[in-house]
Design a protein around this ligand. Structure first.
Ligand code: AMP
Length: 326
């Protein structure tokens, strides 16, 4: 079934003169890597076509990956739009997406909104980049995979699987990653870009470690209020990144970062877990995502505490019925 879908996507790519590629809002390494990687592959493979990368927001953390394109509304009328790594239409970082002649969705989230004319969704994949790598190698006779494209795709595989350690990582993931490395990915440069931090960021980490709270059953959380964000001069993106700092506490199988989104007047929630799923909890609070990494939104501090209470109950139930967790 998916083999046939991939074939249809290739045929659409071949048929269209104009192709636009977009990703989800608040991009991460997978969204940026998969879209930039595919655009590079398409430009190299079909130099006579008009290929654009179009998105309406940006990530400081991934600034080293370079800029994107702007196109007029008219371009969409005859264009194929490929949207990658974006589960639902409200998260597409391209408000013009409806103007496209046809849409192809390529995604690895649990299917909740098949908005494409063609939908290739494999939620067992550890990243959307893994799917782009699979696509490139499946059609290697027709698609050029340069070192640059391989590097973008490898970036997404590495970041979305937290360095190949999440449960979605399979033998296939590693075989595809290995094949990308064979294309000459410069891992030294890539990992330097991912790991080097400003000293200011390290000071923030130290603050975060001092202010993490842990519920009775072990839910670790932090609230990045407007005042804290101002104190450290943080963008919403930088404030949101603190979720990673909560991940390594023994007994805390669920961890949550709440970030005041002053522009929208709500609180962004980033939920993470190990061993037990938190996707249903995210859905209850106007969000969703993956089983162990999801996002949500709450609209008051009271609702934030309600979510924490639900998370604590969930974790309590899990701990009382399971053994062997850390
Ligand atoms: P984040 O915490 O924003 O990195 O999100 C973790 C995962 O959940 C990502 O795969 C997102 O695509 C997904 N996600 C985040 N926020 C939402 C939301 N409001 N609705 C559905 N999925 C979301």
């Amino acid at each position: 079934m998916n083999e046939q879908t991939k074939q249809i996507i290739l045929e659409k790519i071949e048929a269209y003169q104009t192709i636009i590629v977009s990703r989800h809002i608040r991009p991460d390494g997978d969204a940026v890597g998969s879209t930039k990687g595919l655009v590079k592959i398409l430009k190299d493979s079909f130099p006579a076509k008009d290929i654009y990368l179009v998105n309406e927001d940006y990530s400081d953390y991934l600034a080293f990956c370079g800029g994107e394109d702007c196109v007029s509304d008219m371009v969409y009328a005859d264009a194929l739009l490929i949207v990658i790594d974006t589960g639902t239409r409200d998260r597409i970082s391209n408000s013009k997406f409806r103007l496209a002649k046809e849409i192809v969705k390529i995604d690895h989230h649990i299917e909740a909104d098949p908005y494409g004319d063609v939908n290739w969704v494999e939620d067992f994949r550890s990243s959307a980049c893994e799917m782009i790598a699979d696509f490139a190698f499946t059609f290697k006779e027709k698609l050029c995979l340069s070192r640059e494209a391989a590097t973008y795709i490898y970036l997404g595989m590495v970041t979305d699987s937290d360095r190949f350690r999440f449960e979605g990582v399979t033998g296939d993931t590693m075989r595809l990653a290995g094949a990308l490395l064979d294309c000459g990915v410069d891992t030294e440069a890539l990992f330097s870009n991912l790991y080097v931090d400003d000293f200011r960021t390290l000071r923030l980490k130290s603050f975060v470690y001092d202010h993490i709270r842990i519920t009775e059953n072990g839910v670790a959380y932090i609230y990045m209020s407007k005042e804290i964000q101002e104190q450290f001069g943080l963008t919403l993106e930088a404030a949101s990144a603190v979720v990673g700092d909560l991940s390594k506490i023994r007994g805390s199988l669920i961890w949550v970062a709440f970030i005041d989104n002053t522009k929208k007047g709500n609180i962004r929630v980033r939920l993470r877990s190990r061993f037990l799923g938190i996707n249903d909890l995210a859905i209850k609070y106007h969000g969703g995502g993956h089983n162990m990494a999801a996002g949500a939104t709450v609209f008051s501090v009271e609702e934030m505490y309600a979510l924490i209470g639900d998370a604590d109950k969930l974790l309590g139930e899990y701990k009382s019925t399971h053994e062997g967790w850390l």
